[in-house]
Design a protein around this ligand. Structure first.
Ligand code: SF4
Length: 397
């Protein structure tokens, strides 16, 4: 019978007052080993360990989008030394090939040097997992490996996120959801009588069954502003490790200048008892850990701040369409909208939640298909930036 949740962490922890270890310095490899050294990895001896970094996009390591390869290298070495069988797995965003992404972000090279298997977690059929305590979702399609390995280690990058405030160890487990089912969490309707965004509730629901056994948060180069993929890289030279993923996320938030209590999915999950985010109940070492604090620029409420001539109507989109739109705006925006003010007002819609759209709105992605009659429309899930340019110029020329 399929598991209904990951088993509890095998690593010893005081659940009422978890510990988080912070290590700073020039070497991401040393930072990771130093942070992990404080945790007794002996329970991993003889076990299978799946490292789940953020390797979901085809970008180079210095962009702050994917987990730094030296952080992954250090985690492979630490668990191998502890006597574990280690593999690295990912299920990337839609439209990205897993093994290509591993190669781009430098993780393939460090894994291959160590004979550590790389797993495309989308390659096999999924497992349907029940979420008995789910409020927004009652089932999830989960990659098989998440349920087959003895120990799951979430290894996110320290990033701001346009839709969820931050994306850290708790949310990084979304990369354990199978293929396109990741997108489903962005498409949920509002819950009657519940003010929280359904996406945030769904991430907390996911955390009820998919909490990692250990979190290693890579703050070597994080991302501020328009995360998770279009913000600015921010060098922090810090790595955190902790057994309670909520506590590790809360400490990362503090370093980023954000309170975890203002991050809805963390606040909801901690409120349900999935982990600790109250800073008074988390032991952080070393004592001077706050020296590494450097506030991140917050994500803008609306992309129109960065592109003044463009009004983005975004309802329940996912990060694949956001990335495509940003790529389009950054690549062609100045030429198309930058110079002549009369051209400079355009509405763009992404996401599935629209009830109506004004005429002439540029409808991007399959989610906006129902509005395509009489409006410029670009099919695709996600579409590509060059097709948006083509549709725009054909319609508005
Ligand atoms: S069309 Fe865009 S927003 Fe809709 S599911 Fe595809 S990528 Fe996500």
């Amino acid at each position: 019978m399929a598991k209904t949740a990951l088993p509890p962490t095998p690593f010893p922890m005081d659940a009422s007052c978890p510990s988080v270890f912070v290590a700073s310095g020039d070497s991401p490899y040393d930072n990771t080993r130093n942070a992990l050294e404080k945790i007794d990895l002996a329970p991993a001896t003889g076990k299978s360990v799946l490292l789940k970094p953020n390797a979901g996009r085809n970008v180079e390591p210095e962009k702050g989008v994917t987990t730094h390869p030296q952080v992954v290298a250090a985690a492979i070495d630490a668990f191998t030394k502890a006597g574990a069988r280690v593999a690295v797995g990912e299920s990337p965003i839609i439209g990205v090939d897993t093994l290509e992404a591993f190669a781009h972000c430098g993780i393939a090279a460090v894994a291959q040097e160590r004979n550590c298997p790389l797993i495309d977690m989308d390659a096999r059929r999924c497992v349907k997992m029940q979420i008995p305590d789910g409020i927004a979702i009652r089932t999830l399609k989960v990659c098989r490996e998440i349920l087959e390995f003895d120990i799951i280690v979430s290894m996110p990058v320290m990033k701001m996120h346009m839709h969820t405030g931050v994306t850290l160890a708790v949310k990084n487990m979304k990369g354990g959801l199978w293929r396109r089912s990741k997108v489903d969490l962005h498409m949920l309707p509002p819950l009657p009588g519940n003010d929280a965004k359904t996406l945030d509730i769904a991430i907390a629901d996911m955390a009820s069954v998919l909490r990692p056994h250990l979190a290693i948060i890579d703050g070597t180069i994080g991302m501020e502003g328009l995360g998770p993929s279009a913000g600015a890289p921010k060098r922090m030279d810090v790595v955190l490790a902790g057994i309670d993923a909520f506590a590790a996320d809360a400490v990362a938030c503090e370093l980023m200048g954000v309170s975890a209590r203002d991050i809805p999915h963390l606040q909801i999950g901690a409120g349900r008892g999935y982990g600790v985010i109250d800073p008074r109940k988390i032991r952080v070492a070393p004592d001077n850990w706050k020296d590494a604090r450097s506030p991140f620029e917050l994500p803008p409420e609306n992309l129109s701040i960065e592109f003044p001539g463009v009004t983005v109507l975004d309802k329940q989109s996912c990060s694949a369409c956001q990335s495509t739109l940003l790529l389009f705006l950054r690549r062609y925006g100045d030429d198309l909208f930058g110079e002549s003010p009369e051209k400079a007002q355009i509405r763009v819609a992404i996401g599935k939640g629209h009830k109506s759209l004004p005429p002439h709105t540029l409808c991007i992605g399959n989610c906006t298909a129902e509005f395509k009659d009489g409006r410029p429309y670009i099919a695709g899930c996600p579409p590509v930036a060059s097709e948006i340019l083509k549709a725009y110029t054909e319609y508005f020329k």
